[in-house]
Ligand binder design. Structure first.
Ligand code: GDP
Length: 365
């Protein structure tokens, strides 16, 4: 499974948030074969559609999709120079498929700030720079290796070398690589480079409880949002404090607690959905009297690949997929009525599965 790494300066609320994630953890029973490391948290993806489908089918079991988070503690200034455990942390980030950076927006004189005072843009810039320097180092090494081949015009070496130079210029201007627009060929090159600043990136502003009903009323959060926008990253707001308190409440107490803050759902729900999207994930459903289930696939996957997520036999013997869009199924009220309305399609092996598709795979054994 793909994983989103949580990074951030010390004392910004990473552990508080990660603990809330682990406490809200997906039932391990659904994932008997997953080895869960202590720094990995799995959370059910909150998806109202699954519960609507369950309402239609009354299955014995309802199984949500999950999203995985990895806690990468200890990224500090100087990491790119291998200071402290810098290299190890950068290596851990390299293994993640998307990066979430927790940035402190909350003011609290009881919590020390390693850089002096609350300044989310400065903090974001510190980590941005470390990641940029680490990428610059690896791009320059790569360019040095390719230079001779490029000069003697071996294969496509000149084109790739020129691309490396373009990346270098981008990084020298302190811009993350994700801000570059790439050709198809460049996408291919870059997938082999494992650049940190090319990964999907999202800022998670840890704001004070008072602002949670309307995060945009927090001026520090607004500054972070503008910075995120400029650097090609997404941005959401959360209160790690609220999430950690929620984690220990009973379900019926949760709603009341949230209502007191003027919000209708836990920030964690928002975070999980945004992360799922950041990872390039989408959901298809299977339904029936035994189980209604949400399955995770990567956007762009074809029907046989999606079948293979359930079982490799489904992919090997794939014949076709009986498919109906969630909205169509719900609008009609039952599979039978959707069929009568001609909304259930027979899709073949070239079908690109869409988010919200309800699938029934037909296969040879
Ligand atoms: P980490 O070093 O980034 O993992 O930060 P921690 O999660 O350990 O948090 C550092 C300190 O800040 C702890 O004392 C937390 O209780 C406190 N803290 C974390 N999030 C919040 C928050 O949203 N509001 C307030 N007031 N304090 C917080």
């Amino acid at each position: 499974a793909l994983t989103a790494g949580i990074v951030g300066l010390p004392n910004v609320g990473k552990s508080t948030l990660f603990n809330a994630i682990t406490k809200a953890g997906a039932l391990a029973a659904n994932y008997p074969f997953a080895t869960i490391e202590p720094n990995v948290g799995m959370v059910n993806v909150p998806d109202e559609r699954l519960y609507v489908l369950s309402g239609m089918y009354n299955p014995k079991k309802t199984t949500p999709a999950v999203c995985e988070f990895t806690d990468i503690a200890g990224l500090v200034k100087g990491a790119s120079k291998g200071e402290g455990l810098g290299n190890q942390f950068l290596g851990n980030i390299r293994n993640c498929d998307a990066i979430l950076e927790v940035v402190r927006c909350f003011q609290d004189s009881n919590v020390t700030h390693v850089e002096g005072g609350v300044d989310p843009v400065r903090d974001a810039e510190i980590i941005n720079l470390e990641l940029i320097l680490a990428d610059l180092d690896s791009i320059q090494k790569r360019a040095a290796k390719l230079e001779k081949k490029a000069q003697s015009k071996v294969d496509d070496a000149p084109a790739e070398f020129a691309f490396l130079k373009r990346i270098e210029a981008c990084l020298m201007a302190e811009e993350p690589v994700r801000t570059l627009s790439l050709s198809e060929q460049e996408e291919k090159y870059i997938s082999g480079y494992q650049l940190l600043t090319a990964k999907p990136f999202m800022y998670v502003g840890n704001i004070k409880e008072d602002f949670i009903a309307d995060p945009d009323s927090d001026p520090d959060y607004l500054k972070l949002k503008a910075y995120a926008d400029k650097t090609g990253a997404k941005c959401i707001a959360i209160s790690a404090e609220i999430e950690s308190e929620l984690a220990v409440l009973e379900d019926d107490e949760k709603n009341e607690f949230l209502a007191d803050y003027g919000v209708t759902e836990p920030g964690l729900n928002k975070l999980v959905r945004a992360t799922y999207d950041l990872l390039g994930y989408a959901t298809y459903f299977t339904t029936g009297p035994d189980e209604c289930r949400a399955w995770t696939f990567r956007k762009g996957m074809l029907a046989p690949e999606c079948a293979g997520i359930i079982h490799s036999d489904f992919q090997r013997g794939f014949i076709r997929a009986e498919t109906v869009a969630y909205n169509d199924l719900v609008k009609c009220g039952s599979m039978l009525k959707a069929k009568e309305a001609g909304l259930v399609r027979q899709e073949g092996k070239d079908y690109v599965v869409q988010d919200g598709d309800v699938m029934l795979f037909k296969f040879n054994v």
